[in-house]
Write a protein that binds this ligand. Structure first.
Ligand code: NAP
Length: 297
């Protein structure tokens, strides 16, 4: 059994990592939440982190500033958490030859494409969150630590704050919703992202000659819009909501948000599946698993 540290404790990915680590031959010896290790204060980050590093064989950075719209008005905080802190962790790991898995996002891309994004495609973020996450990729790579950077998209589970749980909450109150239908991507169940992360850190820890790289990790299955995803959620949830739900399809221009969203963020996951050896399940399978976690509040 190898020991890892996880940055993040209560987020969607952090919780899924804790639930699945043992099944992947990995023991989490430290998981930091914002109380233990506030990523906006670098001196705390280094002090807390250095305490547990000597016993660690690997690190997974699961924490991030994920409030995409708020990032537009909290640029410094988002940059500190998404770019500076991951670099600090990665530098400490590089000095001790400890491998790192870091999570990034489809939002590093512009959204202008007609085929799934490849890991080497040119990045061009269109919002602050995407810019800060791209800067985080750069700091982790610059550290020289052996690392796998996993870009993911549209993360959901059955208990966190996400699109699925929001849809199910709204379905208790309303029988119709208008949802954006001109943003196309692929959802990612947090449990499957955790398994992909664990498979990656496992390979890095067990194969010293494997240098990692940049990978795309979303659930497989058809590329869909948010409106399609809402339809799929309501179909799957049919027994749990009091009525049928009608989903109206609207353009993004009818749902203005502080941060612009990429129109097309489908990612090609094939290099991840080939190199890491984890076959990523479909988002439909992820939806079924997420429902097993969900309970009406
Ligand atoms: N959610 C998505 O749709 C999405 C899409 C693409 C990429 N991603 C990426 O996937 C990764 C996992 O995201 P997620 O969905 O699991 O995120 P999440 O549920 O929003 O959780 C965010 C995590 O970050 C931690 N955090 C935030 N501010 C912090 C601070 N100042 N100091 C310390 N910790 C702080 C939280 O700490 P606590 O443990 O204390 O709560 C929590 O563990 C992130 O890198 C994210 O950028 C997410």
């Amino acid at each position: 059994m190898k020991n890892i540290i996880v940055i993040g404790k209560h987020g969607q990915l952090s919780k899924a990592l804790a639930a699945r680590a043992a099944n992947h031959g990995v023991k989490i010896i430290g998981a930091y939440d914002i109380e233990d290790c506030d990523l906006t204060a670098p001196e705390n980050v280094i002090r807390e982190f250095a305490k547990s590093l000597p016993a660690a064989d690997g690190l997974v950075i699961a924490a991030a500033y994920t409030a995409v719209d708020n990032a537009e008005s909290h640029i410094d905080m988002a940059h500190q958490i998404n770019a500076v802190a991951p670099g600090i962790f990665a530098n400490e790991c590089a000095a001790r030859n400890i491998p790192v898995v870091h999570i990034s996002t489809d939002y590093v891309f512009s959204g202008e494409n007609d085929r799934p994004w490849l890991p080497d495609d040119a990045t061009d973020p269109i919002n602050v969150y995407g810019e800060t996450k791209l800067a985080g990729e750069v700091t982790v790579r610059a550290s020289g630590a052996r690392s796998a950077i996993l870009r993911t998209s549209w993360v959901f589970d059955g208990t966190g704050k996400n699109f699925l749980t929001t849809m199910l909450r709204l379905a208790q109150e309303r029988d119709s919703l208008n949802i954006v239908s001109d943003q196309i991507g692929r959802p990612t169940y947090a449990g499957h992202l955790a398994e992909a992360s664990l498979a990656s850190i496992y390979k890095l820890m067990h194969e010293p000659n494997f240098n990692g790289g940049m990978y795309h990790v979303s659930n497989t299955g058809p590329a869909i819009s948010w409106a399609d995803f809402a339809d799929a959620i309501f179909t799957t949830a049919i027994e749990h909501i009091p009525h049928t739900m009608s989903v109206g399809r609207i353009p993004s221009s009818d749902y203005p948000t502080p941060a612009k969203r990429p129109a097309y963020s489908v990612m090609d996951t094939s290099s991840f599946e080939t190199e890491i050896g984890y076959a990523i399940p479909s988002w439909e399978a992820g939806l079924t698993e997420a429902f097993s976690e969900w309970s009406p509040s």
